[in-house]
Design a protein around this ligand. Structure first.
Ligand SMILES: C[S@@+](CC[C@H](N)C(=O)[O-])C[C@H]1O[C@@H](n2cnc3c(N)ncnc32)[C@H](O)[C@@H]1O
Length: 564
């Protein structure tokens, strides 16, 4: 019964219920208006002032932004959002409405490494904790639904994997439609692969810099997977290119463009969890200009639009501030609790300070079953009477004999300990009770614990030994700033990443050794007892039969088909 005004009047906007509600002096829009009135409408918030300051600080790119195509692309995006989505992004104030709290910076940098982090969003004015920062209608987003609409429901059937459908639409909008595309202003701010550089796009010579790191195996399998998906859906016999050559022109649906599309999806698509239909993957214009901080509490989700009283049935993507921001400060969100390996693999950057960083350590144990003993006759191998029970127990909990465990900076590798406690059980420990009856989150016996900690130490040392250079070598490369700058972006990222992985593993080792000492497990007789009673053997970690922890996570992202 209230007609929808899709286009905002050009001049004054009536005070909304929301801003009236905020009028009790708690800050937010109303307080800003008051401040504006007191300041006579001028001062630092005067229209154009903020952009002037950005120019001064080099945040508009080289040459103070003059002739910078990125700036033109930004304004085009803003106008598009305003006209097509009724999104309020004004840089200046009107009656009752403060200027939009955010502004696009074309050039942001990482404060520690000084590496470019591309575009980012800055606080245009001071922002209070809880302020609404942006609101983008869902119908401007790229989703599986929009993809099926653009390319036809026969080509992209119901239930097609979201990544695949959206990749097809991204190629359609950027390469097939180009300037004709409805989304052209959005596509215009999407970066090229060379500006993102996730490891799955790296040439082999750059990946060589990561040798020894578990990220290499994950990168390789992702590369294989993307190739396979491309062949299955588009390029191969009976693929969309041959079935619908007009909609899927072969010159645009190339593997190279497929890699670009996936670079966009992995680094900027957002999983919206709060939608009426459940959760969906979406590329959200403007919201995807926000950079990641592991310390931010803010994240993006969807809700029904309209105010709290009058819902209009549409849905929108929304972001609230997780804390106060000073004017000019960069506003961050969290892309999730991601390790540096995940960030580098999918987003092309890693963080020097990352509380969620972890390194996967592989543990391989081969219980000495009768078959193993028979196969190694004459080697003096003794059968483990619990071997078969161990294997059965592992398969009942969905674990194999080769398992990857994440080691975190400041957390003990608990799951690895539990796994190894089981694997190191002896008849002395079980005393006839079934393996199922034990609580592996606790120490079983001194001998068991000594064997466990020793094997974790062995596994971590093995992982460290896979790197061709030491942490000190890497530190020296980074320290020589002039030389370091001569490396390419990928190579600099690789050296920092492998160094940080080594640091983390070394810290884990130190913690384990301390634990061994504190528990008195380093005393000779305990260790020799452990040695004597260890019937399982830690094998070299490379005997990988299982997926890595990183691959496991990728699968949980809802990527199409199995990696292997
Ligand atoms: C969702 S987009 C954010 C906007 C992006 N900077 C741009 O220019 O469009 C994610 C990408 O931004 C960059 N990025 C985000 N957070 C970063 C950070 N903390 N450090 C370095 N780069 C970052 C990475 O290239 C990442 O793939």
């Amino acid at each position: 019964f209230v007609p929808q005004v899709r286009h905002r009047p050009l001049t004054a906007k009536p005070v909304t219920r929301r801003s009236m509600a905020a009028g009790g002096g708690e800050g937010g829009e109303a307080e800003w208006v008051k401040a504006l009135l007191e300041a006579g409408g001028g001062g630092k918030n005067a229209p154009g002032k903020f952009e002037e300051e950005m120019k001064m600080k080099g945040l508009l790119g080289p040459n103070r932004g003059k002739g910078n195509p990125k700036l033109t692309a930004n304004s085009r995006l803003v106008s598009w959002l305003e006209s097509e989505g009724d999104v309020y992004l004004s840089e200046s104030s009107t009656w009752g409405e403060a200027p939009h709290p955010l502004a696009i910076s074309t050039e942001t940098v990482d404060e520690i490494t000084n590496e470019s982090s591309g575009r980012g969003l800055l606080a245009r004015r001071s922002i209070n904790d809880g302020d609404e920062l942006l609101k983008i209608p869902l119908d401007l987003c790229i989703t599986r639904r929009s993809a099926r609409k653009a390319l036809g429901k026969d080509a992209l059937p119901e239930g097609i994997n979201e990544y695949l459908a959206m990749a097809c639409q991204l190629i359609h909008e950027k390469y097939v439609q180009g300037e004709e595309s409805f989304y052209a202003p959005y596509v215009g701010v999407l970066p090229e692969v060379e500006e993102v550089n996730p490891t799955f796009t790296w040439p082999d010579e750059d990946l060589e810099f990561l040798r020894g790191s578990p990220i290499v195996a994950a990168t390789r399998s992702l590369q294989m997977k993307l190739r396979r998906e491309y062949d299955d859906l588009l390029g191969g016999d009976g693929g969309l290119i041959s079935k619908f050559p007009e909609k899927f022109p072969v010159e645009h649906y190339t593997y190279e463009n497929w890699v670009w599309a996936f670079t966009m999806l992995f680094s900027r698509a957002i999983r919206l969890r709060n939608l009426r239909v459940g959760e969906r993957l979406a590329m959200v214009p403007y919201a995807d200009l926000i950079n990641h901080s592991a310390f931010s509490q803010a994240f993006i989700d969807a809700r029904e639009s309209g105010d709290w009283l009058f819902k209009d049935g549409e849905e929108e993507v929304i972001l609230y501030a997780d804390r106060g921001y000073r004017q000019m400060e960069q506003v961050y969100i969290s892309y999730g609790q991601k390790s540096n390996a995940e960030l580098l693999l999918l987003y092309g950057f890693a963080l020097e300070r990352n509380p969620y960083n972890s390194v996967d350590v592989t543990v391989s144990i081969s219980p000495r079953t009768a078959a193993v003993v028979a196969a190694n006759e004459g080697m003096g191998i003794e059968e483990d009477p619990l071997a078969q029970e161990k294997l059965d127990f592992l398969s009942s909990v969905g674990r194999g004999q080769t398992v990857d465990f994440p080691c975190y900076t400041d957390r003990y590798p608990v799951e690895m300990l539990e796994y190894l406690r089981l694997m190191m059980m002896t008849p002395d420990d079980t005393r006839g009770k079934p393996l199922m009856d034990f609580d592996y989150s606790r120490t079983i016996s001194s001998a068991n614990e000594a064997a466990v900690l020793k094997s974790v130490v062995a596994a971590v040392k093995y992982q460290l030994g896979l790197f061709p250079q030491t942490e000190e070598d890497d530190a020296a490369i980074i320290k020589d700033k002039a030389m370091f700058r001569l490396l390419s972006y990928n190579q600099r990222m690789a050296v920092r990443h492998r160094r940080n992985e080594k640091r983390l593993l070394k810290r884990t080792l130190a913690a384990l050794e301390k634990q061994i000492r504190n528990k008195g497990l380093d005393e000779e007789d305990v260790l020799s007892r452990a040695e004597g009673s260890t019937l399982g053997e830690v094998l070299k970690g490379e005997t990988r039969k299982q997926k890595t922890a990183l691959e496991d996570k990728l699968e949980k992202m809802g990527l199409p088909i199995d990696i292997r």
